[in-house]
Design a protein around this ligand. Sequence first.
Ligand SMILES: *Cc1c(COP(=O)(O)O)cnc(C)c1O
Length: 393
Amino acid sequence: MTIKIPFVDLKLQHQPIQTQLQQVLQVVLEQGDFILGQALSDFEAAFAAASGTEYGVGVASGTDAIALGLQACNIGTGDEVILPANTFIATLIGVLRAGAKPVLVDCDPQTALIDLEAAIKSITPQTKAIIPVHLYGQMVSTRQLLDFADTYKVLVFEDAAQAHLAEREGFHAGSLGIAAAFSFYPSKNLGAFGDGGMLLTRDSDVAQKMRRLRNYGASQKYFHTESGTNSRLDTLQAAVLHQKLPYLPQWNRDRLTIAQQYDMELASLANSGIIPIQNQSGTGHVYHLYVIKVDDTCPTERQQLQEKLTAAGIQTGIHYPIPCHLQPAFTSLGYQQGDFPQAEKLSKQILSLPMYPGLSSSQIKEVVTAIADVVSTGSRLDPSAAVVGSIAA
Ligand SMILES: *Cc1c(COP(=O)(O)O)cnc(C)c1O
């Protein structure tokens, strides 16, 4: 199958700045400070400043930023942490690795973001923190989050792995609560040449503890004040990320423009059950992903639509096909099918369309036309067609 329109295209992003990227790699190569080098502290400061906060601590992955970050905030054994059921599994793994008890809640079916009303109902005397996941690049309402945190005295620890430089109601992703975790996985809005992550915070104690935790718990060389681990963002990766950082605002604007065109062109398919996930944060949405719902009124099932798009050379994704509480690894948490109906329903309806800076206007048209073609020939709502189909098979 030839791919006409890929789901992401990183080459497109790197080609125009390839020479600069090679140069910064060369500088690190000559300097030789591969671990905790100059380019790392430079990038930590730059990314924290760009996100409207104080300190950055680079680690090996977004998952480590969550797990170690919670520990750095003294969130762990005996504490409950509220998080959405419909997130990437790393959010849940981070909570478990920190030793805290994850408390999953459902989501808003329009935005796919955590349902704060449901979160209120899940509060107990043990609730220490909430992890809003700024899913698909849209921040959870900062006003509502801060109200929530203030009223119920819980900490806000952001999972901003999909939301570099996103904004809402005057706040940048990463500047809202006690700390925030970012991922620099290559396909994230700001991506490294491999794995990477960062914790942002304006609390110097949290930052200092995080620096120890990522470096074997050492407060100085060979003097260990706690049991940490080895999780540092490579100097080489930091150099690449710092070089890419100035382009990020434009890349995010490109994503927004692409999303706006998708919105416009898909509007005519609303009656056919193709409903984009809602943007309630205006131009602050950074569209890590552009996600549609294929709802029950659509003549085509989600799987059928995805298969036919693939056959037409258009790559899509599903983020995510199984909510956290139904993953086989986590049955011991005691959740069941039916516990989070909105998250479960979304997992069956959502489809992520191609989204990356450089995706052209004509390519967007092609994707939407292909969707319209499939939907117009769909047969889910025609029972006679289904019967004929099954007899023929
Ligand atoms: C990517 C991602 C992570 C994990 O980041 P890694 O760098 O892959 O470990 C965590 N949470 C969310 C929401 C993500 O999208």
